[in-house]
Ligand binder design. Structure first.
Ligand SMILES: Cc1ncc(COP(=O)(O)O)c(C=O)c1O
Length: 463
């Protein structure tokens, strides 16, 4: 029996498709309405229903599909609400939304040049632009990855390969105790021993303690354990602390160690002259993770792994792609520059988003986020409160002199109360106590919102 045709579900290759146009217009209208209602609702949905999960026997009409989509949209987190301050998940730039839509339509594949002729070049070019802006070497380059965890993993794989320690499961990575958990994951995936990630204490500002770093390396060497990378964090996850990058860079070149900088949070501050001083030293990285999805409003996911020498990516990941023609010229296929094979052209939304912002827009976003953090910090009454932050746009607080149990109770109750007022904060555990964390990357958050938030937090300390 001949199967029924599903051709009408694809855009026609022969003529302009009015059905597709209507479908897209209706979908766009619903999305615009969803944004328009953001202010009236809270960051979290009231209810989270789900439409049928399985496909029905007969395919649905576009209107039914849109109705189903609407149900999912109604149950979604709303990053555009000015009180959405819990995580590193800002609202998307409008150009980034459009680029993501076009990206889906193009359906190109960054695996190979012939599957993404212009987009592969765009990705390489944009990575090079980032690396140059940061001040990395002329040989620098990079690759996009679906998230900072993957960029960190790839950075460490390259580092280990360059150190020729692939066969040493006892090899070690050094990072601060506040470094991101993606490093723990990377260690597991890389088949290293469970104590391969050696965590170094931090100082009062949450930065890696240099003295301890020196001592740890010395004692590892006495024990005969080889180290293949130091990971410096430019923006820790709870408070946005920046490790002393220049000193760590000098230490690594003295000791012949690879420097990977996890700049998933703070890396983008290097893009603007007025904010780059907060992450000074990033140019010293051998590899560097950067997540434009976390602050610049690039729709998820958007992360880059930059390397001082782009040939190192190829030497770590190239396998040959026996089912694909060789790449053109002296270029390598995208699939030979990183762990991922097939992947979408995430670069498109990053490129278009940055072009929409322009240099001035990028600078404004970065400066405003730091300003909101410092404004809020000043409004928090430090009499009963400990607040921790760094030079970036993150701040967290907890009552003074409370233990873990009391901080857990306070943070849970206060988070719930704040949610009733449509402020969504997160509740990380840090150094044995619970905090409420606020990320000032939401451009819709105005000073009046922060005044009210500070006042609610100050009141919570008195009760
Ligand atoms: C410092 C840091 N590095 C890496 C990551 C991992 O990034 P992703 O969630 O994109 O995998 C995060 C996530 O919050 C982070 O805070």
């Amino acid at each position: 029996m001949r199967p029924a045709s599903s051709l009408e579900s694809f855009a026609s290759p022969d003529h302009f498709d009015p059905e597709l146009q209507l479908f897209l217009e209706k979908a766009c209208l619903r999305l615009c309405e969803w944004f328009a209602q953001a202010g009236d609702r809270g960051p979290l949905p009231m209810l989270s229903a789900l439409p049928d999960v399985a496909p029905s026997l007969k395919g649905l009409s576009t209107d039914s599909l849109l109705d189903d989509l609407q149900i999912v949209m109604e149950g979604s987190y709303q990053p555009s609400h000015p009180g959405a301050l819990a995580h590193l998940d800002p609202p998307p730039l409008t150009a980034s939304i459009v680029a993501d839509l076009i990206c889906a339509g193009l359906n190109n594949n960054l695996l190979a040049n012939e599957l993404s002729p212009s987009l592969s070049r765009l990705e390489r070019g944009l990575c090079k632009w980032f690396a140059d802006r940061i001040g990395m070497s002329p040989e620098s380059g990079g690759v996009a990855a679906s998230g900072g965890s993957l960029s960190n993993l790839m950075g460490l794989v390259v580092a280990r390969q360059q150190a020729k320690l692939q066969n040493n499961s006892n090899a070690v990575v050094l990072a601060s105790k506040d470094a991101h958990v993606s490093l723990d994951k990377a260690i597991r995936v890389m088949g290293l021993s469970s104590n391969a990630l050696q965590k170094i204490p931090t100082d009062q500002q949450g930065r890696i303690c240099l003295q301890s770093l020196h001592e740890k390396l010395k004692s590892l060497r006495i024990d005969g354990r080889e180290c293949f990378a130091v990971v410096a964090t430019a923006g820790t996850t709870v408070r946005g602390a920046v490790d002393p990058l220049i000193e760590i860079g000098k230490f690594c070149s003295r000791e012949g160690l690879w420097l990977h900088i996890d700049g998933a949070i703070g890396g983008v501050f290097a893009l603007s002259k007025t904010t780059s001083s907060v992450v000074e030293g990033m140019s010293m990285a051998d590899s560097l993770t950067l997540n434009p999805q976390k602050l610049l409003g690039i729709a998820k996911t958007s992360s880059l792994l930059l390397v001082a020498n782009r040939a190192h990516l190829v030497s770590a990941f190239a396998t040959g792609l026996p089912y694909i023609d060789p790449a053109w010229g002296d270029e390598s296929h995208g699939g030979e520059m990183g762990l991922q094979g097939t992947r979408s052209a995430e670069v498109l939304k990053l490129w278009l988003g940055l072009r929409q912002l322009g240099e001035e827009g990028i600078q404004n976003l970065l400066e405003a986020s730091i300003y909101r953090r410092s404004y809020l910090e000043k409004k928090l009454d430090q009499t009963f409160m400990t607040s921790i932050s760094g030079p970036l746009h993150l701040i967290a607080c907890t009552p003074k002199h409370v233990d873990s149990t009391l901080s857990a109770y306070w943070s849970k109750a206060t988070r719930e109360k704040l949610l009733e007022e449509n402020y969504m904060l997160s509740r990380p555990i840090h150094a044995g106590r619970y905090y409420l964390k606020m990320v000032m990357g939401n451009p819709h958050t105005q000073l009046r919102h922060l005044d009210k938030l500070a006042s609610l937090l100050n009141q919570s300390m008195e009760t």
